[in-house]
Design a protein around this ligand. Sequence first.
Ligand SMILES: *Cc1c(COP(=O)(O)O)cnc(C)c1O
Length: 412
Amino acid sequence: MKDSDLTTRLLHADRRFGVEHGGLHKPIHTSVQYGFDRVENLIGVFQGTLKGAYNYARQGTPTTAALEALLTQMEGGRGSICFSTGMAAIAAVFFTLLRAGDHLIASKHVFGNTNSVFGTLGDFGVEVSKVDATSVAGVAAALRPNTRMVFVETIANPGTQVPDLAAIGEFCREHGLLYVVDNTITSPALFRPASVGAGLVVNSLTKTIAGHGAALGGAVTDTGRFDWSGYPNLFGAYRTGDAGGWGLAQIRKKGLRDLGAALAPEQAHRISLGAETLMLRTTQSSRTALTLARFLEAHPAVARVHYPGLASHPQHGVASALFSAGSWLLSFELKDPSTLSATMNRLRLAVLATGLGDTRTLVIPVAPTIFWEAGAEVRAEMGIADGLIRVSLGLEDEADVIADFAQALGGD
Ligand SMILES: *Cc1c(COP(=O)(O)O)cnc(C)c1O
């Protein structure tokens, strides 16, 4: 798919699947149960022989299915499953595809709550190695006979590290490992993990894809690149028919149905509306992010700026080769951390709030908030300085954003 096609396709995707009464948007179907004319059809929906039918809303609705079809198109995959949050999607992948005794290799630069799940996995008997994935050598060094899966994020929050995505994909292919890529920060507007051999793609729909901060949601997309026929942890019940569908079948039953974090149809509708403007939003917010990153890098009060679009970023080469823009996420360190509160309190436009990928620019001091629970040791290990500020660029006019940071940092 060419990037230029994305908006065109998204705008007309619902209609192509046939919307009731010719509606341009897929309606919000709130029914939990679905009735059938004949008992054979009721039996068929349980046995999986009646295709395209709904059973009980925890396993899917016409509204969530429309969003799943949209996401599959966006990621260039073979199928997707929506969840109530990004964390539910991530947890479903780990808890349905890993078993006690398995080994997971994960980037050490991941979303804090994902890192917290790694701790829980350890208690369930899954070994987790956290590695520096900015070089494939870090992943390769952790390989064991019981390694099943490699997990990375495209652009890490808040440090903006970019893994050696293509080389890790090649490594996973050579060793038959399931490659799971969290595409939340880049989103399919800037990057499709299928292009580097990812088997599964995770997106927090809450962030870039919905884009408005008015709905929580998550999704797993199967890219069709992974050969499930050799994957050991699949139950016999899901090993029927085309092996390409086995992984998603197990994630839908064991993950969505059994763990129960279903996406509500109202939220699916809001996320679908947000997704229509994904390309326009990421283009604008990435442009503003690059301008702000350059401004901050030249500012005397700033020690360093983390943004993949800057030539000074350690993975600038990989990011420029793979991503169509540097994204809307950056972070920067103040030279004097004691000025952190005063500087942030002077911001008038940027909102002091957690969250990412909103229409509004959001800023948060990282060490005392999102990485507080992790503790000083983890912060030091992850390179999170006390004066680190994360910025999620919104859609405000670029000049207004720069002016706000200029007046807050002072010195002009
Ligand atoms: C926010 C986020 C998640 C979790 O998504 P929620 O929808 O908030 O549960 C996962 N991965 C990344 C990279 C995120 O930024």
